[in-house]
Each structure stands twice: as C-alpha cells, then as structure tokens.
Design a binder for this molecule. Structure first.
Ligand code: 0PR
Length: 386
C-alpha cells in the first residue's frame, strides 16, 4: 500500500488502463454469457441507492418496502398471489437459499437428518456448492435423449431421505425446459420440496408466453412447485448482483431464520448479512420501465436472433445439437472438436464462445448485446472455418 495519498486523476488513469483489459459487451464478442450490459436507466438508479443496506431494513425502510414490492411483482409474473423471498446476489445464492429452506423444513417437520437432493446432470454447479455446504447427498436424475430430466428416473430415486427435487427452466448449457408439470405432480404426491431453477428462463418464458409462444407450465400455477429462482441480472437487464428467490410459503423463510437481536429487524433468513439495496431498486425500476410489453418485445427479438443463428448455421453445414427452446443455440462442426473450433474463433476475430459439456458443443447465448450485425460477422467467420 502507498504511504501517501495519491491524486484521484492518477488513480483514474490507472483504472482506465485496467478497464481496457476487460472485454465490453458492446463489442459483440461475448457470445457465451448469460449476463449483459445493465440498462442505462438501471445504472442511474443503482448509483442513487448505493448506500442503502437491506441487511438492516429498519434503517432503509423505503428500500426494504421496494424489495417486498419487487418480490410481489415477480411472484405475480410467476402466478403466485402472495410471494415470499428476496433479491439476492445471484442464482447461486438463490439456489443455496432454496436448498437450505428444503433441508431445514425436512429436518424440522420430517426429522430427516442426512438428506438427499435429486437433480439432473444439467443442473447448474451452484447446487454442488449448496449440497457441500449443507451436507446433503446429490442423487443424479437421468436425462432423456433430449437432454431433459427423465421423469421416471426421479420416481425411482425418491427415498425417505429426499429433501428436495430440482428441475430447470432454461438449462445453463442448452436453455432447455425440464418437464416441470410432471415432476411437480410427483413432488406434490410425495410431499417433497420442489425447486425450479429459472435463473435464466424466469425472465423470458412468462413474457414469451404473453405474446403467444407456447411453453409448458413451469411456475407456481403448478401446486407442487415450492420455490423458483429467477435472476434479474441475467435476462432482466439489471446490474449485477441481482438474483431472485421466490417461495410459495412464508414458512420456508421462517425455517431459515436466525436471530439478529441488535438489528432493526430481529431475524434474518438470507445468507448474506449486509446486502446491497441498489440492484434491488434498479430491478424494481426496470420492471416498471419496461412493463410486460417491453420485456416481451425484448424476449421476442432475442428469439428471432436465435432462430436466425440456428437457420444460418444449418445452411452453412454446422450441426445444431438441439432445437432451441430459449435464446441459446448449441452447435458443432461436423469434424472439428468444439474446443478446437472455439480456439480458432478466438484467434480469427476475438470471439468468446463457450463449450458445453453435456453434450459437447459450442454454446451461444443470444443476449441483448449480440446484434444481428455481430451474428452476420460471426457466421462469415464460421463459413471460412468450415
Ligand atoms: N442457475 C442457472 C440455470 C444458471 O445458468 C446460473 C448461472 C445459475 C443458476 C447461477 O447464477 P449466478 O452465476 O448468478 O450465481 N449461469 C451462468 C453460468 O454459470 C452464469 C454466467 C454468467 C456465466 C455470465 C458466464 C458469464 O459470462 O454459466
């Protein structure tokens, strides 16, 4: 550390140099990210609320009330009349909260000690963190030929130690939606906590449905669904960190509550203590700013880009691995491995794609910063590498 203070200007110069090493979404080269540039209005709101701390809500009553309102708005979007939950740091924290609620609920009401969670291989790695932190055993559900949960395998894997079943609405690698309706029935009949990870899909499926796209039910309309993760900092255009966890019942928050006696609120259910209010208020502002029609329009445009990429890839001879359900396209070169193609794409023009593991494929996430013009350039390069 320097002994004497350094001039702001000088520090800013260094920071500019630091920032120039980072990629910018606007460059259009980031093709494998579920995040995008936050909306300018959200950035404005964010800086206005930088000091508000949701960890001590009695001091920031306005911000806390706004978190509650945001949870209600998102809950309604997911067909829940009265929602319970929080805006947290991201999908990871939201998933950890869901699993913690399930584990504690099963421990308190069913006396389950060494619990198990059933989830598919396509689940995000945040569940491995959750299982590790909570001493739970992961029981892997099989995938069918379309890379979705095989419902029968869930039935077979339920034991008297099962504390939760997890399914995904918008898988990380392929953007697929699991057969949530069938799984919800099984969870309901067996009285097991059922968590839907819609970190990615939760901010687009409801809006796409709104404009006539057909998707199966995935939300609280299904009686068996206990909680849903839905992340404003992915498809919602909110600034990082903004994840969302919505519970059907208050008791799921209560089973996680610990005493916080010297604070303005006497219990806390979130994992994080001191919590940013800024991204929560920015999320609220964006929900109002776009409304259903704004988010629907955006979701439609992303799907149009998705179909454009899918069709163009097929035209030039690449293999599209699965029919896209949301705005992710996974494809392969008929001969080159995805790793090799990924390296070549980076060398030829700085493209940053990501390689899916199950199945092995190049995976493109069509976020707002990826325009048609970028896609055309990308396709030209793919043509030259064919
Ligand atoms: N659930 C699902 C279905 C996800 O896809 C992700 C993250 C999470 C939970 C965890 O969310 P947080 O990362 O907010 O905790 N999916 C992306 C991934 O890990 C996140 C991501 C975003 C990765 C931007 C890269 C990137 O540039 O692949």
């Amino acid at each position: 550390m320097n002994d004497l203070p350094i001039d702001e200007e000088e520090i800013l110069k260094e920071l500019d140099a630091i920032q120039s090493e980072d990629l910018k979404y606007s460059g259009g080269r980031i093709l494998g990210s579920m995040c995008t540039e936050a909306h300018p209005f959200a950035k404005k709101v964010y800086t206005k609320f930088l000091d508000s701390n949701l960890g001590d809500p009695g001091l920031f009553k306005g911000t806390k009330a706004t978190e509650d309102k945001t949870i209600q708005i998102i809950g309604k979007l997911l067909n829940l009349d009265k929602a319970y939950g929080n805006i947290v740091t991201g999908g990871t924290e939201a998933n950890i909260m869901a699993i913690r609620a399930a584990r504690n609920h099963a421990r308190n009401y069913k006396g389950i000690k060494d619990g198990e969670i059933i989830l598919p291989r396509s689940a995000h790695f945040s569940f491995k963190k959750a299982a590790d932190m909570m001493n739970l055993k992961i029981v892997e559900a099989d995938l069918d030929d379309n890379y979705k949960i095989d419902v029968d395998s869930i039935k077979k894997k339920i034991t008297d130690k099962t504390v939760a079943i997890v399914a995904i609405a918008g898988t990380t690698e392929l953007g697929l939606i699991d057969p949530i309706e069938e799984i919800s029935k099984i969870a309901y009949e067996n009285n097991i906590f059922f968590h839907v990870d819609a970190a990615f899909g939760g901010f687009s499926i409801p809006f796409l449905k709104n404009i006539g796209y057909e998707y199966p039910e995935f939300d609280f309309k299904l009686d068996g669904v206990s909680s849903i993760t839905v992340d404003p900092h992915k498809m919602g255009l909110a600034p990082i960190p903004a994840g969302g966890i919505i519970f059907r019942k208050k008791e799921y928050l209560e089973v996680m509550a610990v005493d916080s006696p010297y604070l303005t609120v006497k219990t806390q259910s979130t994992i994080v203590g001191t919590r940013l209010g800024a991204s929560t208020v920015a999320t609220y502002a964006l929900l109002k700013y776009f409304g259903k029609s704004g988010y629907s329009k955006m979701a439609r445009e992303l799907m149009e880009n998705t179909y454009f990429l899918r069709d163009s890839l097929k035209e030039i001879g690449y293999e599209v691995i699965v029919e896209p359900e949301l705005n992710i396209v996974a494809f392969n070169h008929p001969e080159k491995s995805p790793e090799k193609l990924s390296d070549e794409l980076e060398k030829i023009n700085g493209w940053k794609v990501s390689v899916a593991n199950c199945p092995k494929a190049i995976r493109i996430v069509l976020m707002n910063h990826v325009t048609k013009t970028h896609l055309k350039e990308f396709l030209n390069d793919l043509k030259s590498l064919y």
